[in-house]
Design a protein around this ligand. Structure first.
Ligand code: AMP
Ligand code: MG
Length: 466
């Protein structure tokens, strides 16, 4: 059994279309996230029962589900698209967890909706497994993120460059409201809808906010934390369009995302990001750009226009300082120090050495406490000098063990897990999932998963896979 309470479906009709998922021929449960189900107060026995599987596949809706495709707009690579919306996803409804927090239960890859444009509304197994692995790793590291409750094979072929096995991901989010959701109503001049949306978001995510300006401040503060957390893991989102930025502050829409192996600030993997707009080092600036779009949407709700523009601008301009503070705290933790502004130089010196020598981002930080970081530098002289200055700060190894994952879902391991999954073997996926959801533990069987790619395993491009 599952008990839904659907607050978004109670919003005005132009917020969504009522669109049920499209049934699939041969649903098979590939993965079910028992710890997440428990956190949500959902019954895993029911979820893996025929009725539960029917819901997770989109074949039959339990009582209380109100499937909707949400409307949103968005700036994609800087260009505005007034209508995007859930083209391959359907929100089944919301559940209230035992602790009182509310979560969306959404199917991704569940068939066409009125927002599908030319797309088929489907997903193939690759992006489903990728999102499952990466989102659950992020959650394990404490990064605000959507979660993955289940992956289901559809038994159908999804046509991309070739025919590929279809799959549906069940995504859990504190909501799926995006910057682009605000843009959808702002571009239509629908002030009433904007106000209803802002009120909904305040009640749901920012209960202490006392109006649109303090809502904006709240989103800005959370995004500053989230982006700093990405940076500290070497994570590159890949498609930071405004429709892929959640106002809750959660990381959302894992498409052509990637973690760096060798450190370089300009790292970019997405095949569609040819200009490097969304490269690692640019993510904080892009966040500011996206938040400025949100600010623009909220200005009509803020009273007298000149004063509203001034106040909203001030809020957006607060992002860099909030982000810098979060960055300093996060990278300080990676070095085991309670970092002060004068420590910035110590952190940047290490990053510069890493960039010069293409040192592995994850292995350097994970190897600082036991000395193995040194082996990541072909020419360790600079690193040795840096180490002496760092040691003088008396690093706390427990802090470092918490901040620095031993393992990340490396691109080549994800690709290997997907390739095996496509040929029917989910064991590599299961092992990688286990390893990256216990990122601070060491187990002998996981040793290889901590290694960087061999030259012929390096993944240089990642794809949206839509
Ligand atoms: P993205 O930036 O990849 O999250 O997606 C941008 C837009 O494209 C969203 O409106 C999606 O719903 C839509 N989209 C992506 N893939 C598909 C698909 N296979 N079928 C229909 N719509 C899609
Ligand atoms: Mg998206």
């Amino acid at each position: 059994m599952i008990h839904f309470d659907n607050s978004y479906a109670r919003l005005p009709a132009d917020f969504y279309t009522r669109t049920p998922p499209t049934p699939v021929s041969d649903a098979r449960l590939l993965a079910l996230n028992a710890p997440l189900a428990a956190r949500l107060g959902l019954d895993t026995d029911w979820l893996s029962s025929p009725d539960g599987l029917a819901m997770l596949a989109g074949n039959a809706m339990p009582a209380g589900a109100e499937p909707i495709a949400m409307a949103y707009a968005g700036h994609q690579f800087g260009g505005f698209v007034p209508q995007l919306g859930d083209g391959r996803a359907v929100l089944l409804g919301e559940v209230v967890a035992p602790d009182g927090l509310r979560f969306d239960i959404q199917l991704k890859g569940s068939g066409p909706t009125p927002f599908s444009r030319r797309g088929d509304g489907r997903a193939w197994l690759g992006p489903v497994l990728r999102e499952y692995l990466v989102s659950e790793f992020m959650a394990a590291m404490g990064v605000p993120t959507t979660r993955s409750l289940a992956a289901v094979a559809t038994g159908e072929v999804v046509q991309r460059e070739t025919g590929l096995p279809g799959a549906v991901l069940t995504r859990v989010a504190s909501s799926h409201i995006r910057v682009g959701t605000f843009e959808y109503f702002a571009v239509r001049g629908n002030i009433e809808a904007l106000r209803a949306l802002a009120d909904h978001v305040i009640a749901r995510h920012y209960p202490h906010a006392n109006g649109p300006l303090s809502l904006l401040d709240g989103v800005i503060a959370r995004q500053a934390e989230t982006i700093a957390a990405w940076m500290a893991l070497g994570f590159i989102h890949g498609v930071m369009n405004t429709d892929n930025m959640a106002v809750s502050g959660e990381t959302i829409d894992y498409g052509p995302c990637a973690f760096m192996d060798a450190y370089h600030p300009d790292a970019v993997f997405s095949s569609i990001d040819q200009m490097g707009r969304y490269r690692w080092s640019e993510q904080p600036q892009i966040a500011v750009w996206n938040l400025a779009q949100l600010a623009t949407c909220l200005i009509p709700l803020m009273g007298e226009r000149e004063a509203a523009i001034e106040a909203a601008t001030r809020s957006v301009h607060a992002f860099p300082a909030l982000y810098q503070a979060a960055w300093l705290r996060r990278f300080g933790e990676k070095l085991g120090i309670d970092a002060h502004p004068e420590d910035r130089q110590l952190i940047e010196r290490l990053l510069t050495l890493m960039a010069q020598q293409g040192a592995d981002f994850t292995r350097v930080f994970a190897g600082l406490s036991d000395g193995s970081a040194r082996t990541e530098f072909a020419d360790p002289a600079g690193f040795d000098a840096w180490t002496r200055d760092w040691q003088a700060r008396e690093p706390d190894s427990e802090m470092m063990a918490h901040a620095n994952p031993r393992r990340i879902p490396r691109n080549h391991r994800i690709e290997q897990a997907i390739a095996a999954g496509v040929s029917g073997d989910l064991a590599p996926f299961g092992q990688l999932l286990d390893a990256v959801t216990h990122p601070r533990e060491d187990r002998g069987e996981w040793r290889d998963l901590a290694l960087g790619p061999l030259p012929d395993e390096i993944v240089r491009r990642t794809f949206c896979g839509t």
